[in-house]
Design a protein around this ligand. Sequence first.
Ligand code: NIG
Ligand code: FE
Length: 410
Amino acid sequence: MKLILRNAAAIATCSASGKRCKRGDEMNDVGVINDADLLIEDGVIKSIGKAGDASGAETIDVSGKTIVPGFVDAHTHAIFAGTREREFAMRARGVSYSEIAAKGGGILSTVSKTRELSKGALRSQAAKRIDKMLEHGTTTLEIKSGYGLDFKNEIKLLETANELREESLSGIVVTLLGAHAIPPEFINDRDGYLELLIRELIPYVGRKKLAKFCDVFCDEGFFTPGETRRILMAARESGMLPKMHADELSASGGVELAIELGAVSVDHLEHIGPDEIRRLAGSDTIGVILPAVAAYLRGTPAPAREMIDGGCPLALATDLNPGTSMVDNMQTAMFFAISLNRLTVEEALNAATINAAAALGISDSLGSIEIGKQADLLIVDGDYSIMPYHFTENKILNVVKNGTLLEFPG
Ligand code: NIG
Ligand code: FE
């Protein structure tokens, strides 16, 4: 099957020239090729430039439009039940996220609602979210568990994520986040919960191959660096790759640990300091910023400007979850990254594509427009900067997933 996108005003390739990701000044360049065609064959990008006369190919005229790689949302909690607008209202009156969590709200309130729902109900709710994300340009996303927090319910969430991966058009990468919070049953027995994670849940998830990554919420009031190390070492032994939530609520020591463990990514980083920035820049661990969280928590944005200038590879994600980011749209995440974290538009686009793919370990086949890569592409209504500039509207005219032009109802 052949598809030609003809006469694009520009193709922003986001190519890292064969490297896994971009850092420093490279992030300011989205590799624009003007006035070009794109030839796709059997889901793979075959040529960029003039496609000539390819008979039998479906041809779409994209004059005046820009083609960019499909967004990769490298950090989401997309399977959850219920919403938490009352907590948002409480924070607007000055109550902090940590205070709400300490009183049994926060993550634990979503856990109790999520435990009540069947796999089928969770799956159909999440499928709607994922379809909407696809229509807004997210062709691949990560999904974490973490609202089950017992053996049965964590498995329920991971199985749901894997079923969605089979069924949905979007690419899905699954992460175990059993260490999202201490569940109510173990509030006076932290070690008991750690034992459950390390001796039962992690080995089972590894054996059944239910998750590629294992993540831990390493932060004040959640898991300490010592606990995080134990959990992630066990996960590595069971064949999962480490990821971490770190420095969201306070400087947690998590970045150093993430580097030491060879984590694929360390995410949040609102409280990262200059020393850690230097260390992260010297490592292969990718920093993932989640700019909507600072807006939802009225918190400090991650010092992304300093991180990029210091040479860290940086990716961008929504962190879609009912507590700290009801944002499912990467165009919106780009806007927040530009306005709150002081990224340039080009840095935000690279962070949302090639570097985000690297944060999921899939940038060898996704995240940029290069010959031989999978054809996950977006046709943008104008220049690529229209997406964050006018983020309240969907500026993606068409989505091509794996070489197929998608149609959306309505
Ligand atoms: O990434 N930090 C931990 N997890 C989420 C919040 C989850 C919640 O509040 O439900 C986050 O911000
Ligand atoms: Fe998160």
